[in-house]
Design a binder for this molecule. Structure first.
Ligand code: ADP
Ligand code: 5GP
Length: 215
């Protein structure tokens, strides 16, 4: 018997102070968990070498971006370092409807906006460093780190950390493997929340089958 199991995807929103490890954890999830894809935002900033239209960002002019804002085509958008960035509603809707889970790497403001726009779909996860010393060491050890960049990120860390209570889940990223196990468990568990599991037709079929066999 073929019974329909049509699950709506999750919006997995991951935030952290810069350097706590959210990019590392998200990349690992994307690489190892089938059915999870990265979100693709629209931006007005120029394309960097090795970036591609459609996989890194959808690159648009400012006029095109503003027209999309006017047509309410974003779930959320923000200005970052003088450029515009936004999460396109239609792409997200299409992926969720096809059962794909989407990972969003967003700051607390973006996370808050997405939760307001899509309250039934967002699972939010905050990543904390095990200590400020570790955060500093990770920022310093990251490729391309400069002393000014490290200082600027450390200066912003407390403001980010204070938002931790707005999230559904919190992970202290001390041991990477352990932190990743928790992230993956969160995704797997949230897929089985009854309203998200898409098993209504499947259960109807099970019951019909049971009746058909006289049970
Ligand atoms: P974010 O995306 O939160 O700014 P990254 O994922 O870029 O942070 O991680 C910052 C640095 O810390 C990277 O060099 C990464 O390899 C390293 N890192 C991430 N998680 C851990 C961990 N659990 N233990 C040690 N180093 C880590
Ligand atoms: P970059 O230009 O380096 O790729 O990204 C710059 C910043 O823009 C990052 O902090 C990133 O989190 C943020 N950003 C990227 N896409 C979006 C988006 O769709 N919405 C919001 N609010 N911020 C975004």
């Amino acid at each position: 018997m073929s019974s329909e199991r049509r699950r709506r995807g999750l919006m997995i929103v991951v935030s952290s102070p810069s350097g706590a490890g959210k990019t590392t954890l998200c990349k690992r999830l994307l690489a190892s968990e089938p059915g999870v894809m990265s979100s693709v935002s629209v931006t007005t900033r120029p394309m960097r070498p090795r970036e591609a239209e459609g996989s890194d960002y959808l690159f648009r002019t400012e006029a095109e971006f503003r027209a999309m804002v006017d047509r309410s085509e974003f779930l959320e958008w923000a200005e970052v370092f003088g450029r515009l960035y936004g999460t396109p509603r239609a792409e997200v809707e299409a992926r969720l409807a096809s059962g794909v889970d989407i990972v969003f790497d967003l700051d607390w403001q973006g996370a808050r906006s997405l939760k307001t726009a899509m309250p039934g779909d967002v699972v939010s996860v905050f990543i904390l460093p095990p200590s400020i010393d570790q955060l500093k060491a990770r920022l310093e050890g990251r490729e391309g780190a400069t002393p000014e960049g490290v200082l600027a990120r450390l200066a912003g860390a407390a403001n980010d950390i204070r938002r931790w209570a707005e999230y559904d889940h919190v992970i202290v990223n001390d041991d990477l493997d352990a932190a990743f196990d928790v992230l993956r468990s969160i995704v797997r568990t949230r897929r089985s929340v009854r309203e998200k599991a898409g098993l209504g037709a499947f259960v109807d079929d099970l019951l019909k089958s049971a009746e058909g066999e006289g049970f």
